[in-house]
Design a protein around this ligand. Structure first.
Ligand code: G6P
Length: 360
C-alpha cells in the first residue's frame, strides 16, 4: 500500500521510483476523453482574468514554483512572480491590480503559506492551492484547489511531490496558452508521457547514481551545484535534497555568479555538480565548469543529448527544454539518497526537520 515501504528500505527511494507513475497519473486526471485538458472553468477563468500570478510557497514547493513561473511566462505569456511564503508575509511587494495567488504546498498545512492566504483574503484577492492533500487547511480556505495526485509522501525530503507540482504547472501553462489562442507547439500532455518513460530509465540506473555519490560525496564537507536559467532552479533543489538528508553543506548557485564570490571556496577535490539542459546557455556553463575544475574542483556534469560533451557523467534524453527540471532532478534526488545512505544518515527522518511545518 501507499503508506508501507514494501520491499524498499526507505520511503524516499520508493517515492523517487514512483515518479513515472505519478506523472502518468496526472496526465490521466487532467485529460478528458477527447484528449483535451480537463480543468474547472472557474480555475481557467481565474488564471486568464488575472493580470499577474503570485506563487507563494516554502522549501521544495518554492523550488517547484520557480519552474512554474517560467512555464506560465514562457508557454502561456502570463506575468508571474514567485515568493517565499515567510518573506512575503512580512514584506508584501507592490501588487498588480488584479492578482491571483497560487499556493503550492505538498501538505497544504504550511503555516507560512496560511499566513499569506489569510492576509490576501482580507485584501479581497482570489487564491488557488496546488496540493497533494485535498481537505487540508489551505484547500479549505482558498477559492480553488488543484490536486497533484502524487499519493502520500512520507519521507521528509520531498521528491515525487516536487515533480508532480511542476507537472501540474505544465498543464496549466498549456491550458493558459490555448485559452488565449497562443500559437505554440508546447504540448504538456505529450511531453509528460515522454518524461515518465525517461524517468523510468533513470530510476533503473541507480548503480550509476550510487557510484557518483560514493566518488563525489563520501567524505566531502561541502558540495556546490551550479546551473543557469532553468537549471539554476533545479540545482537549488538538488542542493536542498543533499543538505537536508546527508548534512553535507550544499548550495545551488547561478553559474555566472560564481566569479563574484563563491569561487573562492573551491579547493582541491571540492565536488561541483553542474546541470546543463539548455542549448542557449550550454557554452556559458561549460565555461563555469572549466573555471572550477581549473581550481581543483571535481565536476559531475548532467547534460542532455543536445548539450552533452565527452566525459559528462549523466546524459538525459532530449525533452522540451521548458520541462527538463522534471528529469534532471531525478539523478540529483538519487545522488542525495545514496550520499545520505553511505554516510549513515537517517534518510527518511533527518534531524531537526519535520514533514510539515504548522507553526511560523
Ligand atoms: C517542510 C518540509 C519540506 C517542504 C516544506 C514545505 O520544511 O520538510 O520538505 O518542502 O516544508 O512544505 P509544503 O507541505 O508546504 O510543500
Amino acid at each position: 500500500s501507499d503508506t508501507e515501504k514494501g520491499t524498499y528500505n526507505h520511503f524516499m527511494l520508493k517515492e523517487i521510483d514512483e515518479q513515472p507513475f505519478v506523472i502518468r497519473n496526472i496526465v490521466q486526471k487532467y485529460q478528458n476523453d477527447d484528449g483535451d485538458i480537463k480543468l474547472d472553468d472557474d480555475i481557467r477563468s481565474a488564471i486568464n482574468d488575472a493580470d499577474r500570478l503570485y506563487i507563494i510557497a516554502a522549501g521544495t514547493s518554492y523550488h517547484a514554483g520557480l519552474v512554474g513561473k517560467e512555464l506560465m511566462e514562457k508557454a502561456a505569456n502570463k506575468p508571474t512572480e514567485v515568493h517565499i511564503a515567510s518573506e512575503f508575509l512580512y514584506n508584501e511587494p507592490l501588487l498588480s491590480k488584479n492578482p491571483l495567488f497560487i499556493f503550492i504546498s505538498q501538505s497544504g498545512e504550511t503555516a507560512d503559506c496560511r499566513g499569506v492566504l489569510v492576509n490576501v483574503k482580507k485584501q479581497g484577492f482570489k487564491s488557488l492551492t496546488i496540493t497533494n492533500v485535498p481537505g487540508s487547511t489551505l484547500t479549505r480556505e482558498s477559492d480553488f484547489t488543484l490536486h497533484t495526485y502524487a499519493g502520500p509522501e512520507i519521507a521528509v525530503a520531498s521528491t515525487k511531490a516536487y515533480t508532480a507540482q511542476m507537472a501540474v504547472f505544465s498543464i496549466l501553462a498549456m491550458d493558459g496558452a490555448r485559452a488565449q489562442g497562443i500559437d505554440t507547439d508546447f504540448n504538456a500532455i505529450r511531453e509528460l508521457g515522454l518524461i515518465a518513460n525517461a524517468m523510468e530509465t533513470l530510476c533503473d540506473q541507480k548503480d550509476i547514481m550510487e557510484q557518483i555519490a560514493h566518488d563525489y560525496m563520501f567524505k566531502t564537507p561541502n558540495c556546490f551545484f551550479i546551473g543557469r536559467a532553468r537549471d539554476y532552479h533545479v540545482v537549488q533543489e538538488g542542493a536542498l535534497k543533499l543538505k537536508e538528508i546527508s548534512y553535507i553543506q550544499a548550495e545551488g548557485f547561478a553559474g555566472g555568479e560564481l566569479k563574484h564570490g563563491t569561487i573562492a571556496l573551491i579547493e582541491d577535490g571540492t565536488p561541483v555538480v553542474a546541470v546543463t539542459t539548455q542549448e542557449h546557455v550550454n557554452l556559458n556553463i561549460r565555461g563555469n565548469i572549466q573555471e572550477v575544475v581549473a581550481r581543483g574542483a571535481k565536476a559531475c556534469v548532467i547534460s542532455t543529448e543536445a548539450t552533452k560533451q565527452e566525459g559528462d557523467q549523466i546524459v538525459l534524453p532530449n525533452i522540451n527544454e521548458l520541462l527538463t527540471p522534471l528529469l534532471s532532478v531525478v539523478p540529483l534526488q538519487l545522488i542525495a539518497y545514496f550520499a545520505a545512505l553511505h554516510r549513515g544518515c537517517d534518510v527518511d527522518k533527518p534531524r531537526n526537520l519535520a514533514k510539515s511545518v504548522t507553526v511560523e
